[in-house]
Design a protein around this ligand. Sequence first.
Ligand code: UT7
Length: 322
Amino acid sequence: MTDDTTGQRRGSEIIGAGYYQPSKVLTNHDLEEMVDTNDEWIRQRTGIRERRIASPEETVPMMATAAARDALANARIDASAIDLIVVATVTSEQRSPNTAGRVAQDLQAPSPVAIDINVACSGYIHALAIADQAIKAGTATTALVIASEKLSAVTDWTDRSTCILVADAAAAFVIRRSSRPGISAVTWGTEPDLADAVVIEPPTNTFSQDGKSVFKWAISEAAGYAAKSVTNAGYRMDELGGLFSHQANLRIIEPLARQLGMADKIVATDVVTSGNTSAASIPLAFAKMWQAGELPEDTPFLLFAFGGGFAYAGLVARTPRS
Ligand code: UT7
């Protein structure tokens, strides 16, 4: 890579993807022992079969750093190349230093810019767009874009309407300046009328949502914004390899894929074994499938998320090329 990628030629591409999931598995049958629920209800209403739950030692920065290391190994580059770290999280334990700063410290990256952003479920797409724009602007060259979420720590484990959904994980991409951009323009925004539909708020600081309102919005509005994301990115739907949408509920993911005409393409359904990991859900599904060899190289995919805020964001990103 030379330093002459200027103006319109400047952009970024994904060169590696990694993830971290706690080893503790919580099944639907385990939840039957905790609250008044059952495996059949959870599978029918959400598609979730099991999820991973972090231990006290598995903190948001710890999982973020582990995912970052995995992404660096996957990209085959050293932390010394990183000059920007952006972490999407809505569950960090510590306000300052931020999680990105802790990751920089743990990786011993040399003085990178370190930013946390809090946009809940769509946070990772926001983070990816911000990192891409920093690279386009010439203020960074190589970025770690991470999401790390410990939703189990902000969950009321006696509330069956939320505790069956949540899970913990981290995931990361390494993106690098490129004269052949692989990350498109972003389409993003908020729906202020739904601002209170997904909250983590005092006094308990636990997660709660108006599931029905979110579900209704997802079924009636999400496809329009997702389609706009593809158009604004300069792609046609039939050029895409598939869909990575926010992993909250299979009853939302599958209709969205059908509405977009993508049901026959690769559609991420990691929610089934990973639950809802907020900002981490899309890069987690992507990194797992990428490392398992389940995604074609150099192929554009729609990444689209919505949730707390109430915010949404979508862009098209190409898988790494060899
Ligand atoms: O990630 C942030 C964005 N969030 C989302 O995308 C979530 C969108 N919403 C959803 O995915 C769904 O609304 C949920 C999965 C959260 C809930 O599914 P639902 O089909 O909307 O169920 P509901 O809340 O309407 O509840 C139906 C029934 C109720 O009983 P009644 O009133 O019909 O007698 C609930 O009390 O199911 C009951 N219920 C349960 N039953 C067994 C609620 N939770 C449970 C449970 N087990 N865990």
